[in-house]
Design a protein around this ligand. Structure first.
Ligand code: S3P
Length: 443
């Protein structure tokens, strides 16, 4: 564990490239590995989570090699070529890697053991086990459906129609990946739209995926099983969830002007940016283009005076990973910000609702949690800061509170900076390059 402190910064200025999108990177490795032929990927996120998925796909038989920074070659093995891994797959901190791969192996006649770090071993896996058992897999897990667990894949997988009980792109993707090796059509019905990177990536590799509205307004996503997936090069867009940290820092520090290049702007990921605009942020997206079926743009931000807002529950799936950094923006804004529908935050890398509330309170910001709603009393300027934050193996808690330290009157310390490598390797250097003052702290 490397503790870090973040001291008051004056202004952030300059340009940076957003690191590769974590969600898209996992999916590129998994689907590239299932396609026939060689896929070249550029801009892959080389964060710990994605490296775990790469190792897991190698253990399942794919040839995956790094050629240079962000550039990777995947030699796919075809849908029916998965090997039974010789050892337990350790997905580290990655809920996405774990859940997507559980889905993938569930429809293959192999047995796969999964584990992860202390954070991942606490997270609920029953939400994927349940539909995968309907497909015909058997899952043996610890109490509460937790890891370590084994997935005994179905010999004759069944196509299913599954209505998501929670708004989760991971569960949707697990079912669709399982459906790849089932005959007929597998459908997922989502009452609330969640990120659709799996759908884009499946189409990119040649699968037939359709989407239609149900009579009740829900969306039905249907995959035709047993497609022939063909290798197809792709460029991974920058991660809007990672860009969120320098973006909010630039908005909060007077005199800042920052451009973040190549940010993915899939509308199912941009809830934070809509919310910041409603708070008065001067931000705009320019130079729009498309990469691997995903919209991408450059994001320009200028320091802005923010005001508190009400964030409705139905926006949560479009910004689910951004609440820690939004709460930091809210702490510096004028007035109260109320965020509804945050139940899912309790089962992320940490209980993020508790971690955000405790961390802000320790930094002298008044917060209130009632049920799944978080209210933050904005300070209308720099909050006191001066606290030590327990990151609890949660990269986004670490980055959010380092940003708070930049804007606060007293430095903020986080107990574990290493966890940031999960999603944003090079975060400290990138932020310091713009003008931040993040440094190793005495243990
Ligand atoms: C992800 C989906 C989200 C998000 C996670 C990545 C994905 O989780 O929090 O960081 O890549 O599908 P849920 O789908 O469980 O909400």
């Amino acid at each position: 564990m490397t503790p870090l402190t973040s001291g008051t910064a004056s202004a952030l200025n300059g340009r940076l490239r957003a690191p590769g999108d974590k969600s898209v990177s996992h999916r590129a490795l998994i689907l590239g590995a299932l396609a026939i032929g060689r896929t070249q990927v550029s801009g892959l996120l080389e964060g710990e989570d994605v490296l775990r998925s790469a190792a897991a796909m190698r253990a399942l038989g794919a040839g995956i090699e790094r050629s240079s920074e962000g550039s990777w070659t995947i030699d796919g093995i075809g849908l029916s070529g998965l090997n039974e891994p010789q050892d337990v797959l350790d997905l580290g901190n990655s809920g996405t890697g774990a859940r997507l791969l559980m889905g993938l192996v569930a429809s293959h006649p192999i047995t796969t053991f999964f584990t992860g770090d202390t954070s991942l071993r606490r997270r609920p896996m029953a939400r994927v086990a349940e539909p995968l058992e309907r497909i015909g897999a058997r899952i043996l897990a610890r109490e509460g459906g937790r890891m370590p667990l084994a997935v005994i894949g179905a010999c004759s997988p069944l196509p299913i129609v599954y209505r998501l009980p929670v708004a989760s792109a991971q569960v949707k993707s697990a079912v669709l990946l399982a459906g790849l090796n089932a005959p007929g059509e597998t459908s997922v019905i989502e009452p609330q739209p969640t990120r659709d990177h799996s759908e884009h990536m499946l189409r990119h590799f040649g699968a037939a995926v359709s989407s239609a509205e149900e009579p009740d307004g829900a969306r039905r996503i249907t995959l035709k099983g047993q497609p022939e997936l063909r290798a197809a090069d792709l460029a991974v867009p920058g991660d809007p969830s990672s860009a969120a940290f320098p973006a909010v820092a630039a908005l909060l520090l007077p005199g800042s002007q920052v451009v973040i290049e190549g940010v993915g702007v899939n509308p199912l990921r941009t809830g934070l940016y809509d919310t910041l605009q409603a708070m008065g942020a001067e931000l705009h997206f320019g130079n729009a283009r498309v990469a691997a079926g995903e919209p991408v743009a450059d994001l320009t931000l200028r320091a802005s005076a923010l005001c508190g807002v009400e964030v409705p529950a139905d926006r949560a799936p479009r910004m689910i990973d951004e609440y820690p950094i939004l709460a930091v923006a809210a702490a510096c804004a004028r007035g109260r910000t109320v965020m509804h529908g945050l139940g899912e935050l309790r089962v992320k890398e940490s209980d993020r609702l508790a971690a955000v509330a405790q961390g802000l309170a320790a930094c002298g910001v008044s917060v209130d949690v009632v049920g799944d709603t978080l209210a933050v009393e904005g300070q209308g300027g720099p909050p006191p800061g001066g606290a030590a934050i327990a990151t609890k193996l949660d990269h986004r808690i670490a980055m959010a509170f380092l940003v708070l330290g930049m804007a606060a009157r007293q430095p903020v310390r986080v107990d574990d900076g290493d966890t940031i490598a999960t999603s944003f390797p090079g975060f400290v250097a990138a932020m310091n390059g713009l003008g931040a003052a993040i440094a190793p702290a005495p243990a």
